[in-house]
Design a protein around this ligand. Structure first.
Ligand code: GDP
Ligand code: MG
Length: 284
């Protein structure tokens, strides 16, 4: 009898598969968005069209402003790349770069070489990316926009891959997985950290749709994180399930926490990267 009751209890109230250190929003906000910070942090947000990149940027800025923000327009109906090149959004000391870069098909998106140059800070603002020719093969135009010795502020300090969680088991293309794979190898060589954000977890299971607080209790979300980890070769601890602000009117603590947990890791990794770069440079 008790055993059945215990089973039902665990079924109704599953233990969290990931312990989040706190659901206390003020502590989280202070940790992630320190007002006094001056060091500039550049984060490149990469992912296919429709993955939720613009919505993620809107969500982060909404949390900081404590009201809805919609400048990083989320164009749900467009299937082709809207963010043709690179859009920059500033949020305190954080610069978030919205970039399609990796796409579902081989023809779309950027060339891996160009992406790497962009991440290392070699490509100057205003350059129009060519889908078939890398900047190095782009003659005079390429030379004009190529910076040989980029400084710390020109570089991306962390890369966030954004993928729609509902695509993991179905529509995600081999090309996209391969492109992210190839890029990861290069990022690793360059000591540039990366994390993966899985959006739209509200569409994965009703328990999360009803209450985002269940995100770390949902077995469906846990399973998707595991599958994504295997698919992309990214450790589970660097994969973050989130629900973006899309049709939500109010800014809510429980919505903010998973988003801030993801951003906190990106910022921490970015700071580690900056430290590494400075130490490495001094050692030269
Ligand atoms: N349900 C749900 N929809 C989302 C979420 N994030 C984005 N979307 C929707 O997915 C579509 C594409 O989002 P968008 O941010 O434009 O993707 P982008 O092309 O990567 O910038 C839009 O219709 C968004 O409203 C999410 O977490 N949950
Ligand atoms: Mg977009």
């Amino acid at each position: 009898m008790f055993r059945i009751f215990g089973y039902l209890w665990r079924w109704a109230f599953p233990q969290p598969w990931r312990q989040s250190s706190t659901w206390d929003i003020e502590t989280m906000k202070k940790e992630v968005m320190k007002e006094e910070e001056e060091k500039q942090i550049n984060v490149l947000i990469l992912g296919p069209v429709g993955a939720g990149k613009s919505s993620f940027i809107n969500s982060i800025i909404s949390i900081v402003k404590n009201r809805q923000y919609g400048m990083a327009a989320a164009h749900g109906k467009f299937t082709k790349s809207w963010t043709k090149t690179l859009d920059e959004y500033r949020c305190r000391n954080l610069r978030l770069f919205d970039c399609v870069g990796v796409a579902q098909t081989e023809e779309e998106g950027f060339l891996i070489d160009d992406l790497l140059f962009l991440i290392k800070g070699n490509i100057m603002e205003g350059y129009v990316f060519d889908p078939v020719k890398s900047i190095k093969q782009n003659g005079e135009e390429g030379k004009r926009f190529f910076k040989d010795e980029p400084g710390l502020n020109d570089q991306m300090h962390c890369v966030i891959f954004i993928v729609d969680s509902t695509s993991i088991n179905s529509t995600i293309s081999d090309e996209l997985v391969e492109k992210i794979d190839n890029l990861q190898v290069k990022l690793c060589d360059e000591h540039i950290p990366r994390i993966l954000i899985l959006t739209k977890v509200d569409k994965l299971c009703d328990m999360v749709a009803n209450n985002i607080k269940n995100v770390f209790r949902s077995r469906a979300v846990q399973q998707i994180v595991k599958t994504a980890s295997e698919k992309f070769g990214i450790e589970e601890a660097s994969i973050h399930p989130v629900k973006n602000y899309v049709d939500d009117f109010d800014i809510l603590n429980e919505m903010n926490i998973p988003l801030l947990i993801a951003l906190r890791q990106a910022k921490n990794y970015a700071e580690d990267r900056i430290e590494y770069f400075l130490q490495h440079k001094e050692g030269q």
